[in-house]
Design a protein around this ligand. Structure first.
Ligand code: PLP
Length: 398
């Protein structure tokens, strides 16, 4: 195939294509079985039973005690917002203290800011240099009036996995509830709500080969919760709105497929991920992996390419048909580089040269070989054109 026709998608942490088998499971509910799950005639009942079947399957796969602990939402962002705002405002309407990490997704950070505006106090806990939240740091930040701790499971930019079970234990010991954003981990590493001991968790369909526009929120029975959406009382009065039946059915199927082969897939992906890291750092000087400390997600390689702008690398790779992501400023439309990289102490000028390569179900070894063939010359060319590279990175900067 001509190099310019070749398409290599290496941005699975941003979104995934719908798996054909998932689409197949959704098709009846996008076509003939279009009933409203709340209608009493047979077309409605058919949709209802598919919805409840999806709920049961998901509940079972995450070890929930009861299917009603799963509510379907419109996306991971909604689940994050609902967890933070819904739990805190019902459990402690008069104010209180909340702990989140400083490298959460914006879907947690923005509602945390909103809580501050309403008079709550929020601690933004920094991860350690390795990219992990330390349990003792959470313990030290907990107060008697801490209402909720929300720490993400797998970080979407650098791939580190947080010690959620241990954090939940110290949170509960001080009477706080525990939420985790598991959008990046669900189906990729073992996820059991009782083993983790959490009260709430966020899931997103389009990160695991289901459709965009479907998410779920796990909410342990008895957890205080104020609905974000009010209306017809669907989803046990916790999330009004006519349910997205094809989305929910697809989410259940997608999770089954993830869990089915997650061990082999995890091994396959981590091997490819390490090939990316090793391939780039051995071919190019002044490049490092952002972190190599375990535990990490098997599918995310985060690299710091010194002296090059992330945006420039992204566009040059795009011209070769390769899709990747960067935590550089321009791509996010702000002047500050990625808050995640800054939170673990990466200097801004180096964070500007970050590259996230995230792999998934349809990534092949040939894709990685192609990337490793195309990428080094791009960096060398960009560096040779850079007026500051030589000055900034010394004589080793060839
Ligand atoms: C993608 C993602 C979200 C947001 O999910 P959407 O379904 O895109 O709204 C939240 N948190 C993390 C960690 C994510 O990776």
């Amino acid at each position: 195939m001509d190099a310019t026709d070749r398409r290599v998608y290496l941005d699975y942490a941003a979104t995934t294509p719908i798996d054909e088998r998932v689409l197949e499971s959704m098709m009846p509910f996008l076509t003939t079985a279009y009933g409203n799950a709340n209608s009493l005639y047979s077309t409605g009942r058919e949709a209802y039973s598919a919805l409840e079947d999806a709920r049961e399957r998901i509940a079972k796969l995450i070890g929930a005690d009861h299917p009603n602990e799963i509510q379907f939402t419109g996306c991971g962002t909604e689940s994050d917002n609902a967890a933070l705002l819904g739990i805190v405002s019902r459990k402690s309407p008069q104010g209180g203290h909340v702990i989140v990490s400083s490298f959460e997704h914006h879907a947690i950070l923005e509602p945390a800011h909103a809580l501050e505006k309403r008079g709550y106090e929020v601690t933004y806990l920094a991860p350690r240099k390795s990219g992990h939240i330390a349990v003792e740091d959470v313990e030290a930040a907990l107060r008697d009036d801490t209402v909720l701790v929300s720490i993400m499971h797998g970080n979407n930019e650098i791939g580190t996995v947080q010690p959620i079970a241990e954090i939940a234990r110290v949170a509960h010991a001080r009477g706080a509830l525990m939420h985790t954003d598991a959008a990046q981990t669900l189906g990729k590493i073992p996820f059991d709500v009782n083993e983790l001991g959490i009260d709430a968790a966020t899931f997103s369909g389009h990160k695991i080969y289901a459709a965009k526009g479907i998410g779920a929120l796990y909410l342990r029975r008895g957890t205080p919760f104020e609905p974000l959406l009010r209306g017809g009382g669907q989803e046990f009065k916790k999330r009004s709105g006519t349910q997205n039946v094809p989305g929910a059915v697809g989410l259940a199927r997608a999770l089954e497929l993830m869990v089915e082969d997650h061990e082999e897939e995890s091994l396959r992906l981590s091997t490819l991920r390490d090939k990316v890291i090793e391939g780039v750092t051995s071919r190019l000087e002044n490049t490092v992996a952002t972190t190599l400390t375990e535990p990490r997600l098997p599918n995310i390689a985060s690299l710091l390419i010194k002296g090059v702008e992330g945006e420039a690398m992204l566009l040059q790779l795009d011209a070769k048909g390769i899709a990747v992501s960067t935590g550089s400023a321009c791509s996010s439309g702000s002047l500050e580089p990625s808050h995640v990289l800054l939170s673990i102490g990466v200097p801004p000028e180096i964070a500007h040269g970050s590259l996230r390569i995230s792999l998934g179900r349809f990534t092949t070894e040939e894709d990685i070989d192609y990337f490793l063939e195309v990428f080094p010359p791009i960096v060398e060319r960009l560096r040779s054109m850079s007026p500051v590279y030589e000055k900034m990175f010394g004589s080793s900067a060839k």
